[in-house]
Every structure is written in structure tokens, then in C-alpha cells.
Design a binder for this molecule. Structure first.
Ligand code: MF3
Ligand code: CO
Length: 255
């Protein structure tokens, strides 16, 4: 599938899809506390998405059984919500959510502390988020795709963290996953030239320990091989001639 360039009308629809998703994330963040189950987070997320007349795009995607991915501690991504999985003080939890508005997909993820967390977990969350912002310094017309990948790697590597290699970011639009794939680690090729109208979901997944991951027997949940905690930060971004527009963050927020 080719990389799509969105028209002005499509960009408006992407903006609205992503604006709604940022509100959903804000509301979900307020629900994070010790004692809530990952199931309840998913139920709230689905209710919020539907309250805007939108559809959760993860639900039933390749058979994924929920609307939100809720990944705790050593779970990297695609954690399946469960009634028995109760958040505890000291956990970190990644919420990955997406929705469809008038045919246009949005996708974003954030990692939150549950109550008081360790200093090393706090730094992992902050570095993962900052690595996204380092990457998008190169998300503009004229740069190449892997300038983004290389900037993320350069920043994260200073901290000695493991950058997940088995999962990558992606184009997004009328499908959740469009070309191109966007690795978060060093590439030697340049990748495609970025053009205004491309919409990309850029999503570093960073482990406190090594980069290795494995899949649990539920066929979804991705965990770190060494059991170290992992963080995830993702926004849907619009490429322009100038600064990228971070569609899944409110205009004046820094995320
Ligand atoms: N943000 C994830 C991604 O970009 C969510 C998709 S997982 C699934 O791949 F639940 F939808 F399958
Ligand atoms: Co994504």
C-alpha cells in the first residue's frame, strides 16, 4: 500500500478524529489510580469514544478483544484489559487508544504513574515521551523518514534504555495502519522523503532494560524478555512545510 497524502478535507477529518481522541485520553488519565482494574479503564474508554459518536478502531482489529490496550509494568503494548488486573501503587501503565471519526482513524498512547513510582520508572516515562519530541524535530517536509527514527535512537541511547525493534510506528488515515512503517531505532537507509499531507503515528516503545520482547500465550500482550518495565508514547502527527502538527495533543499543550 502506498503512502497516502491527505487532501485539505481529509486533514480536517483527521484533525477532528484526533482532537476527540486527545479528549478521551485526558478523561482516561483522570481515572488512573491504585485499585482500578484494567477492564474498567477499557470500559470507560469505549464509553467515552462512543459518546462522541465514534467507533473504537482497536476493537476486533485482527481479533483484538477490547477497545483500549492497557499495558502494565513489563507489558510493552497490547495488554488485554482484565477484571482481575488491578492497578497497584508503584505500577506504570500505558494506555493506547484509537478511534474512527467519519472514516478517519486516530491513534495515541501515553504512560502514566500509578500513585508514587520509583525514580527510575519516572525517568523512563519522561525519556520515552521526550524521545517522541526529539523525533518530530525532523517530521517536516524536506527531511527523510528515518531522520525521525535516528533522532529518537540518538536521544534514547544516551540513557542506555532498550528501544523495541519488533514493533514500529505507521502511517494512518482511512486505515489504522498505512505505509510507511516508522522504526524507532537507527536506520542506515534514508527512507521516503516527507511531504505535507502525510499523517503518521509515531510511537516509541522503550524498555528500562534490553530491547528484547516476547509475546504471551494470549497472542497479544507484548512483554519485555528481561522483565524490566516499559513505556510507550504515541501521537498522530501531520507533516506540513513547517512545524509538524501534533493532532492528538491539544494545540496549547505540551503533552
Ligand atoms: N497503537 C497500536 C498500533 O499502532 C494499536 C493497535 S493494536 C490493536 O499498532 F489493538 F488494535 F490491535
Ligand atoms: Co499506533
Amino acid at each position: 500500500m502506498a503512502v497516502t497524502i491527505k487532501s485539505a478535507r481529509e486533514i480536517e477529518l483527521m484533525r477532528e478524529s484526533c482532537r476527540i481522541l486527545s479528549e478521551v485520553h485526558d478523561r482516561l488519565s483522570e481515572a488512573i489510580r491504585p485499585g482500578i482494574s484494567t477492564y474498567d479503564i477499557d470500559a470507560l474508554g469505549e464509553k467515552l469514544i462512543r459518546s462522541y459518536g465514534c467507533v473504537p478502531n482497536f476493537l476486533n482489529y485482527n481479533g483484538y478483544p477490547a477497545s483500549i490496550c492497557v499495558s502494565v509494568n513489563d507489558e510493552v503494548v497490547h495488554g488485554i484489559p482484565k477484571k482481575e488486573r488491578i492497578l497497584q501503587e508503584g505500577d506504570i501503565v500505558s494506555l493506547d487508544a484509537g478511534l474512527i471519526y467519519k472514516g478517519y482513524h486516530s491513534d495515541a498512547a501515553r504512560t502514566y504513574p500509578v500513585g508514587q513510582i520509583s525514580e527510575e520508572a519516572r525517568q523512563l516515562i519522561d525519556v520515552t515521551r521526550q524521545s517522541f519530541f526529539e523525533g518530530i524535530k525532523f517530521a517536516k517536509a524536506g527531511y527523510h523518514l528515518y531522520d525521525i527514527s535516528n533522532a529518537i535512537d540518538r536521544y534514547v541511547s544516551r540513557f542506555g534504555y532498550g528501544i523495541v525493534r519488533d514493533l514500529v510506528g505507521h502511517g494512518i488515515g482511512t486505515h489504522l495502519h498505512e505505509d510507511p512503517q516508522i522504526p524507532n531505532f537507527r536506520q542506515w537507509r534514508k527512507g521516503i522523503k516527507l511531504q505535507p499531507g502525510m499523517t503518521l503515528a509515531i510511537e516509541p516503545m522503550i524498555n528500562l532494560g534490553g530491547y528484547g520482547v516476547e509475546w504471551l500465550s494470549d497472542d497479544w500482550t507484548v512483554v519485555t524478555q528481561d522483565g524490566s518495565p516499559s513505556a510507550h508514547y504515541e501521537n498522530t502527527v501531520l507533516i506540513t512545510e513547517g512545524e509538524p502538527e501534533i493532532l492528538t495533543l491539544p494545540k496549547d499543550a505540551k503533552g
